[in-house]
Design a protein around this ligand. Structure first.
Ligand code: ATP
Length: 283
């Protein structure tokens, strides 16, 4: 039997850090949504009891260090499954980009194995399982629009953003989320107005959403990589209706209501960096 799963990327409409916990994690408040840029995963049962992973990427290991492999191992161990699986990952989501590519793959593995082995486990249970491996995995199990609290594992669903287009642009660098979180100085942090973002989603108000996008990590990433700040400014000057860095960066995204304008901004951003894509919002 062959099972296929899409693993869509996320962007942060807002990202706030509330405090640092005793266990070293930060308490966060992140409004996240899903965009139409996805890795594709294929699952095939093996006769031997093992996990095999194949992917072609210079940046991602295809062994037990891969989050997808870890998710498969956790799934097998939790549900005591003595069967094997070959997982092929076709990566389209850029790595270490702030788009949760690794978490999306891990979440897709949980959904894919659930189908392959006809387990009928609820998404809620899969999300709880995924949260043991990484903060964004619970959100990625659902791949909708939600606010994530706690260290990212507590998910409350929200209405999808109004239909719009997303241009993502990324300088040719990877940013480690760990390094950015490590540099947080809580008293200095500028907090986004999460409440306004929630209101904008509830009202379906696109311009309000664009005006209140916010990310407390931006100044930290900008100070380490000034080219990310320049990219954001370029996107703003090009006319994007809302512009923000996603996650800990370095991807910057712009939101546009209409395709024609989004295409114009996509074309002008291509003069700034190689990795620019025009994507439909899913939510
Ligand atoms: P986050 O914001 O959740 O840290 P990100 O989008 O910034 O996510 P990822 O693309 O998930 O970053 O990659 C982060 C790290 O995870 C990289 O060092 C990468 O090698 C590792 N990794 C492990 N498994 C995967 C995977 N399946 N896909 C991408 N990266 C993976």
């Amino acid at each position: 039997m062959l099972v296929m799963e899409k693993a869509p990327a996320k962007i942060n409409l807002s990202l706030d850090v509330l405090n640092k916990r005793e266990d070293g994690y930060h308490d966060v408040e992140m409004v996240m949504t899903t965009i139409d840029l996805a890795d594709r995963l294929e699952f095939r049962e093996l006769s031997a009891d093992k996990i095999q992973l194949s992917l072609e990427s210079r940046y991602v290991p295809s062994d037990e260090r891969n989050l997808a492999y870890k998710a498969a191992a956790l799934f097998k161990e939790t549900y005591k499954i003595n069967k094997g699986v070959h997982i092929r990952i076709d990566k389209s989501i850029p790595v270490s980009a702030g788009l949760a590519g690794g978490s999306a793959d891990a979440a897709a593995v949980l959904r894919g194995l659930n189908r392959l082995w006809q387990m009928d486990i609820s998404l809620t249970e899969l999300a709880d399982l995924g949260a043991q491996l990484g903060a964004d995995i619970a959100f990625c199990v659902y791949s909708k629009t939600a606010i994530a609290k706690g260290y990212g594992e507590l998910i409350e669903f929200l209405p999808a953003p109004p239909a719009c287009w997303v241009v993502i642009a990324r300088p040719d660098i990877g940013v480690s989320s760990y390094t950015v979180f490590d540099q947080i100085n809580l008293p200095e942090l500028e907090h986004p107005d999460t409440k306004e973002v929630l209101e904008a989603l509830n009202e379906g108000n696109f311009s309000k959403l664009c005006n209140h996008l916010g990310n407390a990590l931006e100044p930290i990433t900008f100070s380490m990589h000034p080219e990310v700040a320049k990219l954001k400014e370029a996107m703003r000057l090009a006319g994007a209706e809302g512009v923000m860095m996603s996650g800990s960066g370095p991807t910057v995204f712009g939101l546009m209501k209409h395709h024609r304008k989004a295409l114009r901004i996509y074309n002008s951003m291509r003069g700034f960096c190689k990795d620019v894509q025009l994507i439909r919002m899913l939510g």
